[in-house]
Design a protein around this ligand. Structure first.
Ligand code: XMP
Length: 517
C-alpha cells in the first residue's frame, strides 16, 4: 500500500469506525488498530497520522486501556479524542478527574482559531460531548485551545510536538465543524495530501489482482447484494473470463430480482455467469415448517449445499473470492489480516460459515477487504454497476423467507413479491426513498374479512415496514406521509390479488427488530 496512512488506535469507543470513515472521506487512507498494538508494529507501518479514539473507561482506573509514553516520541502527529484526549494528558503527566457535572450532547465551545486544527472554524461552535471525566491539569508544554461552560479544557495542544487533543467528538455529525477539524489535523498538522482516491483504488486493485491471480481461475459467490456485485465488477475488470460467478437463486428474492442480476452481469461484464435456479428444492425443504429459526436454518443449509455442489462442479483449482468489506473484518476479530490467505470462512450477515474440508482453493481473495460500505458504493458507481444494485438496500440472506410468516408456499411468495414491488414503486414515486434506509412488505400468516363490490372476502393482510436508522442496531419507524400510505394501501388492495387489508408497522427497534422473523 503506497498511500499515506492514518492509524486510528482503538480504545473501545463506540464511534471508532466512524472516525476511520471520516478520515477516509478526507481522502486519507485509514486503518483501525487495537490500542495494544506494539509500538514497533505501528512504527513499521509508517503512519502519517495517529488518532486515539474515545472509550468508556476512566484513565485513572488501572484496568483501563493504556499506552506507553513511547508513542508520543516516534515523531508522528497524534490527535486524541475524548478518552484519547484524557489519556494523552494523563500519560504525559497531566491530571484527569471526574467532572462535577458531566457533559452529554450538543455543547457550545469557544475555540482559539489560531490553532492549526481550528482554522476556518468560527470562534464559537457546537460540538458533541459525552464524558464524565475531564482534564483538570495539563501536562507541561500544553496549552488550552477550547473551553465550554463546564469544561475548562475542551481542547489542548503542544504544536511543536504535534500533539493535539479534543474532549469532544469531531467525527459525529452533531459537531458542526467536526469534519473541518479532522481535515485540519490531517492536512495542516500531518501534511496529508489526500492521496486516497477511488479511481486510483480501482486501478491499483485491478493490477494487484492480475498479479495475484496470474492465469488461474477465480470463483465468486454472487448474492445480488452490493458487496459481492462490486467485487465481481473488479474481478471481471482484472481477469475477465477467468472469473466464474455463481448465483444461487432460491426463489426468495424480490420480484424480477434474479433476472435483473443475471442480465446485469451477463450484459455488462466479461465473466462466466452460472445461475442455479433451485426454488423447488427450497420449497420442498421448507414444506410445513413454521418456526422462524428452523426456516432460517433450512434456507441457510440448503443454500450452502447448493453452492458447494456447484463449486465442486466448477472445480477448485484456483482462487475463491468474496465480497468481505473492512467492517466485516473488524467485527469478525480478524483485525488487519487482509484476506489474501486461504482463510476458509465465508461471509454471511449473522455468522461465518466454514468451507467444507474437501473444498480447497489456492487462496481466498477479498478485493474490498479494506473498504467501508460507502467506498464500496463509490467503486461500484465508477465500475458502471447500475444504480439500483449499488444503492440496493440491505436484503436478508434468507430473503423473503423471513418476511413470510408461517409456512412458505409458492402462492405466498408470489403475493409478497407483487405487494413489495407495488410498495417500492410508490415510495420511489413519492420522492421520499432517500430518507428511508429500508422498506419492504411482509406477509403475516393472517387472513381477515373484507368486502369487495358486493362480495365478502376472506384474504391476506399485508404489513408494510419502513425504517430510518444509522447502523441498524437501533431503528425508528419512518413517518411516511399519510397520503403516500393511502396510495400504497389503495394500490395493494386493488392490484395485488389476494390482498384485502394493509397495516403499517409502527414499532421501533428495540423492542422490535427490522425484520419480522
Ligand atoms: P434485524 O431484523 O436484525 O435486521 O433488526 C437488521 C438488519 O439486518 C438485516 N438482516 C439480515 N441480513 N442475513 C442478512 O444478510 C440475515 O439473516 C438477516 N437478518 C436481518 C435486516 O434486513 C436489517 O437490514
Amino acid at each position: 500500500m503506497s498511500n499515506q496512512l492514518c492509524i486510528v488506535l482503538d480504545f473501545g469507543g463506540q464511534y471508532n469506525q466512524l472516525i476511520a470513515r471520516r478520515v477516509r472521506e478526507c481522502g486519507v487512507y485509514c486503518e483501525i488498530k487495537r490500542f495494544d498494538t506494539p509500538i514497533s508494529e505501528i512504527k513499521a507501518m509508517k503512519p502519517t497520522a495517529i488518532i486515539f479514539t474515545g472509550g468508556p473507561n476512566s484513565v485513572y482506573d488501572p484496568a483501563s486501556p493504556h499506552i506507553s509514553k513511547e508513542i508520543f516520541e516516534i515523531g508522528v502527529p497524534i490527535l486524541g479524542i475524548c478518552y484519547g484526549c484524557q489519556l494523552m494528558a494523563y500519560t504525559l503527566g497531566g491530571k484527569v478527574e471526574s467532572c462535577e457535572k458531566s457533559e452529554y450532547g450538543k455543547i457550545e465551545i469557544d475555540q482559539n482559531t489560531d490553532s492549526l486544527i481550528f482554522r476556518d472554524v468560527p470562534e464559537k461552535s457546537i460540538v458533541w460531548m459525552s464524558h464524565t471525566d475531564f482534564v483538570s491539569q495539563l501536562p507541561e508544554g500544553f496549552s488550552v485551545t477550547a473551553k465550554s461552560q463546564d469544561c475548562p479544557c475542551a481542547a489542548f495542544e503542544a504544536p511543536e510536538r504535534k500533539l493535539y487533543a479534543v474532549q469532544f467528538h469531531p467525527e459525529v455529525t452533531h459537531s458542526e465543524f467536526g469534519k473541518q477539524i479532522l481535515h485540519n489535523f490531517l492536512y495542516n498538522v500531518c501534511g496529508c495530501t489526500g492521496d486516497w482516491v477511488m479511481n486510483d483504488f480501482i486501478e491499483n486493485t485491478v493490477k494487484k489482482l492480475r498479479e495475484q491471480i496470474g492465469d488461474k481461475k477465480v470463483i465468486l459467490g454472487l448474492s445480488g447484494g452490493v458487496d459481492s456485485s462490486v467485487a465481481a465488477g473488479l474481478l471481471s475488470r482484472a481477469v475477465g473470463k477467468q472469473l466464474t460467478c455463481v448465483f444461487v437463486d432460491q426463489g426468495l428474492m424480490r420480484k424480477d430480482e434474479g433476472d435483473f442480476v443475471e442480465e446485469t452481469f451477463t450484459k455488462l461484464f466479461d465473466m462466466n455467469f452460472v445461475r442455479v435456479n433451485c426454488k423447488d428444492k427450497f420449497l420442498a425443504a421448507l414444506k410445513g415448517v413454521t418456526d422462524p429459526e428452523q426456516k432460517r436454518k433450512i434456507i441457510g443449509t440448503e443454500f450452502y449445499n447448493v453452492f458447494w455442489d456447484k463449486i465442486r462442479e466448477q472445480g477448485t483449482d484456483g482462487f475463491f473470492a468474496q465480497g468481505t468489506i473492512y467492517p466485516d473484518r473488524i467485527e469478525s476479530g480478524r483485525g488487519n489480516q487482509a484476506g489474501h490467505g486461504s482463510t476458509a470462512v465465508i461471509k454471511t450477515h449473522h455468522n461465518m460459515v466454514k468451507m467444507p474440508d474437501d473444498i480447497k482453493f489456492a487462496g481466498t481473495i477479498e478485493p474490498l477487504g479494506d473498504l467501508f460500505k460507502d467506498e464500496v458504493r463509490a467503486v461500484g458507481e465508477k465500475l458502471g454497476i447500475p444504480h439500483d444494485l449499488v444503492w440496493r438496500q440491505p436484503f436478508p440472506g434468507p430473503g423473503l423467507g423471513v418476511r413470510i410468516i408461517g409456512e412458505i408456499t409458492e402462492e405466498k411468495i408470489k403475493i409478497l413479491q407483487e405487494a413489495d414491488a407495488v410498495f417500492r414503486d410508490e415510495i420511489r414515486k413519492s420522492g421520499i426513498e432517500e430518507q428511508l434506509k429500508q422498506f419492504f412488505a411482509v406477509l403475516p400468516d393472517v387472513r381477515t374479512v373484507g368486502v369487495m363490490g358486493d362480495h365478502r372476502t376472506y384474504d391476506h393482510l399485508i404489513a408494510i415496514r419502513a425504517v430510518t436508522t444509522d447502523d441498524f442496531m437501533t431503528a425508528d419507524w419512518a413517518r411516511i406521509p399519510y397520503d403516500v400510505l393511502a396510495k400504497v394501501s389503495n394500490r395493494l388492495c386493488n392490484e395485488v390479488e389476494h390482498v384485502n387489508r394493509v397495516v403499517y408497522d409502527i414499532t421501533s427497534k428495540p423492542p422490535g427488530t427490522v425484520e419480522w422473523e
